[in-house]
Design a protein around this ligand. Structure first.
Ligand code: KG4
Ligand code: ZN
Length: 365
């Protein structure tokens, strides 16, 4: 059924723009994957309140995110989380909010729908404009929360459970996709190797802890696409498979039954981590060289990795570029990075209330 134009136009900021003093707070909502998060952020990027409800316990026994369970958990948690940040911040949403922002792309369809439906309902109830944000861009924008005045222009690098992408970011509204993984995201590879090593979900942080007692040179693992300077694409599925073959050969294996010696587990964790990080750092360096941009801004869950942070630091120091990495608590999914919505509010770039979700990654902008 085709629905005619919805009466959203009158909600596009008209109300708050006519006020003598404009509201200076933003409510941001994040439900792209398996964290339900909300935050209240003022126009100077001060965080008045932030809350994240993790679904780790729900997905742990499946060793990965189950999309329908994720969507249902968002449904249960979204209202309490929004209520919590409103209470914590002490704001009156009708009076004090400039807009409601929500991540509408990319992500799991069911998860995105819950956040967007909630945001639309709040916009209608409070008569506020809606700001649709891109989750991948928001991950990179988390660097803005430790930087003044602006992170732009920069090479943006998102390294997460769902994405591993490089962008040329000229300005807040000018992003160009430069390259990215052609198969698994780096966080996904961390998580799958962690399963092979008998670690809980999500495995990235556990694997990096285990790697501390291992030898990163113990196993000879591939660095897929690293030597190919003609592309900024990356690949992690071959690396993940190489780990599997070195641990158990090519046969079928129930990893929960695998009894590996502790040192073997630690050495493999360290060897995998080193290989994955060399690929990330190598391509980030190539992106800086090719674009000539002055700084690298890195966000996403894997950016919390201590070795990656150290290796990026020495690469950019050598290369003469500035490095900004999202604060550790803002690397994994959160709503504070929804502060990117202030860039859109500044341009009056609001979304109609009939906007849909965009689950796939758009590479064109
Ligand atoms: O950004 P994020 O919360 O979700 C997505 O947007 O995908 O990233 C989650 C990913 C998971 O794969 C997790 O294992 C990984 O980030 N991760 C790490 C570390 N902390 C989180 N990977 C490696 N080292 C870490 N310290
Ligand atoms: Zn994310």
């Amino acid at each position: 059924m085709v629905v005619g134009p919805l009466p959203h136009q009158d909600l596009r900021g008209a109300l708050f723009l006519t006020r003598a003093t404009q509201p200076v707070n933003l409510l941001a909502i994040e439900t792209t994957c398996d964290e339900t998060a909300a935050a209240v952020i003022d126009q100077n990027r001060n965080v008045l309140a932030s809350a994240v409800a993790s679904q780790e316990q729900i997905h742990d026994r499946f060793q990965g995110v189950v999309p329908e369970l994720a969507a249902r958990a968002h449904l249960e948690r979204i209202v309490p989380i929004v209520r919590q940040v409103l209470d914590q911040s002490g704001i009156d949403p009708r009076r004090d909010l400039a807009a409601v922002a929500v991540a509408t792309e990319p992500g799991l369809p069911g998860s995105l729908l819950v956040g967007l439906a909630a945001a639309k309902a709040l916009c209608v109830a409070w008569k506020k404009p809606l700001v649709a944000i891109n989750h991948v861009q928001a991950h990179i924008y988390a660097c803005q929360l430790v930087q003044t005045p602006t992170i732009f222009p920069c090479v943006g690098f998102v390294v997460s459970g769902g994405h591993t992408n490089l962008y040329r970011c000229e300005a807040a509204d000018r992003w160009r996709y430069l390259g990215g993984t052609i198969d698994d995201a780096v966080g996904e590879a961390f998580d799958k190797v962690a399963v092979m090593l008998g670690l809980p979900y999500p495995g990235g942080p556990h694997l990096s802890r285990l790697a501390q007692t291992g030898d990163g040179g113990a196993y000879d693992l591939p660095r897929p696409m690293l030597a190919d300077r003609s592309t900024l694409n990356l690949s992690f599925s071959g690396l993940k498979t190489a780990v599997r073959y070195q641990l158990v050969g090519t046969g079928k294996q129930d990893f929960s039954q695998l009894q590996l010696p502790e040192q073997v587990r630690a050495d493999m964790a360290a060897s995998f981590q080193r290989a994955a990080i060399e690929c990330l750092v190598g391509k980030a360096r190539l992106a800086l060289e090719q674009t000539g941009l002055p700084r690298l801004c890195v966000g996403g869950g894997v950016a919390a990795n201590v070795l990656l942070r150290a290796e990026l630091k020495s690469m950019t120091a050598q290369q003469g570029s500035e490095l900004l990495i999202a604060p550790k608590d803002l690397c994994t999914d959160n709503a504070v990075m929804g502060a990117i919505a202030w860039e859109k509010i500044g341009r009056q770039d609001f979304s109609p209330l009939d906007i849909d979700i965009q689950p796939g990654l758009l590479r064109g902008h």
